[in-house]
Design a protein around this ligand. Structure first.
Ligand SMILES: Nc1nc(=O)c2c([nH]1)NC[C@@H]1CN(c3ccc(C(=O)N[C@@H](CCC(=O)O)C(=O)O)cc3)C=[N+]21
Length: 283
C-alpha cells in the first residue's frame, strides 16, 4: 500500500485561516499587523518567492510591503534601512530575502534585524532561544515540518528521527525541534559514512540537502514518515525534492510531495511568526 500524502497546501490553508482570525482580532483593537520584505537585486527566483509572500500576507489581512533595492546597494545603506525599520512601530516583521548580492555579509545583515521582528528566525538570538527553549521565533521551514508531523498525529517521543542536512536554516533547527519533542535525533550530512544504515533505523526522515534522490526506496524503513524539504529541478525543469518520490512512496507510511508540501508550509509559518510579532508588540 503506497504512503499517504501529507498535503502541505491544505494544511497551510488551515493555518492561514487561523492567522486571518488573529489578524482580525488585532485590527479590532486598532493594530494593523505588518510585514516588511526587503529584496536586494533582481534574482528571478527571489522575485517570485517574495511576490508569493506578499500575496499570502494580504490574503490573510496582514499588510505586506515589498521594498526593492538595487543589487549594488552599499551594505551600510541596507544596515541603515534595517535600523529605521527596527525603530518603526508600524512594522512588526522584517524579512531580508536571501541570497544577498556577493558584496554583502549575510550574517552581519541578519544580526542587524531586531530579534523581536525577526520573523524568519535567522538571528543568532532566535537560534539561541530555540536551542535553550526560551520564547523566540522559530525558522519557518522546520517549524512547518513540525506542524506537518503534528497534523498526522505523529508521536515523536522515543522515536528515531534522522535529519539529512545540517544548514543553519533547516537541518540544525529541525534537529532541535525534534529533540524538544523527545525524539532520538541523528543528523546526517555529506560526510556521513553510511547514510542508509542511519535512515533504515528512522521512524521519521527529514531530507534537507538540496540534491535530488538523496533518499531512495531501499533506504527507508517500511511505514516511516518522510518529509521532503528539497526544492530542486529535474532535467525536464520540473520542481522536485530530495526524495525519490515514486520509489519511496511504495515503502513509507507518510510522505510530503514537492511541490505542495513543505514549501507552502514555510510560507504559512512566516505569517504565523508575523502575527505573533504583532501580538507581542501590542500586548
Ligand atoms: N529570508 C529568506 N527567507 C526564506 O524563507 C527564504 C529565503 N530568504 N530565500 C529563498 C528560500 C526559498 N523559500 C521557499 C519558500 C516556499 C516555497 C514554495 O512555496 N514552493 C512551492 C512551489 C513554488 C513554485 O512553483 O516555484 C511548493 O513547494 O509547493 C519555495 C521556496 C523560502 N526562502
Amino acid at each position: 500500500m503506497p504512503a499517504q500524502l501529507i498535503d502541505g497546501n491544505a494544511l497551510a490553508r488551515q493555518i492561514r485561516q487561523q492567522v486571518q482570525s488573529r489578524t482580525a482580532a488585532l485590527q479590532a483593537r486598532g493594530v494593523q499587523p505588518a510585514l516588511h520584505i526587503l529584496l536586494v537585486g533582481d534574482d528571478p527566483a527571489s522575485q517570485v518567492y517574495t511576490r508569493h509572500k506578499v500575496n499570502d500576507s494580504t490574503e490573510t489581512g496582514l499588510a505586506a510591503t515589498l521594498e526593492r533595492l538595487p543589487a549594488d546597494l552599499p551594505e551600510a545603506d541596507l544596515l541603515a534601512r534595517l535600523d529605521a525599520l527596527n525603530r518603526d512601530p508600524a512594522v512588526h516583521g522584517i524579512l531580508v530575502q536571501l541570497p544577498l548580492p556577493p558584496h554583502m555579509d549575510a550574517h552581519k545583515v541578519i544580526e542587524a534585524i531586531a530579534p523581536a521582528k525577526d520573523v524568519d528566525g535567522f538571528h543568532v538570538q532566535s537560534a539561541g532561544a530555540l536551542m535553550t527553549g526560551l520564547p523566540g521565533f522559530w525558522p519557518c521551514t522546520p517549524h512547518g515540518c513540525m506542524k506537518m508531523l503534528e497534523s498526522i498525529g505523529c508521536q515523536l517521543r522515543g522515536k528515531n528521527a534522522v535529519v539529512i542536512g545540517r544548514s543553519n536554516i533547516v537541518g540544525k533547527p529541525m534537529a532541535l525541534m525534534l529533540l524538544q519533542q523527545d525524539a532520538t535525533v541523528t543528523v546526517c550530512h555529506s560526510r556521513t559514512a553510511d547514510l542508509k544504515a542511519h535512515t533504515l533505523q528512522a521512524d521519521v526522515v527529514v531530507a534537507a540537502v538540496g540534491k535530488r534522490n538523496v533518499l531512495k526506496a531501499d533506504m527507508v524503513k517500511p511505514g516511516a514518515v518522510v518529509i521532503d524539504v528539497g526544492m530542486n529541478r529535474d532535467e525536464a525543469g520540473k520542481l522536485c525534492g530530495d526524495v525519490d518520490f515514486e520509489g519511496v512512496r511504495q515503502v513509507a507510511g507518510w510522505i510530503t510531495p514537492v511541490p505542495g508540501g513543505v514549501g507552502p508550509m514555510t510560507r504559512a509559518m512566516l505569517l504565523v511568526n508575523t502575527i505573533e510579532a504583532a501580538e507581542r508588540a501590542s500586548a
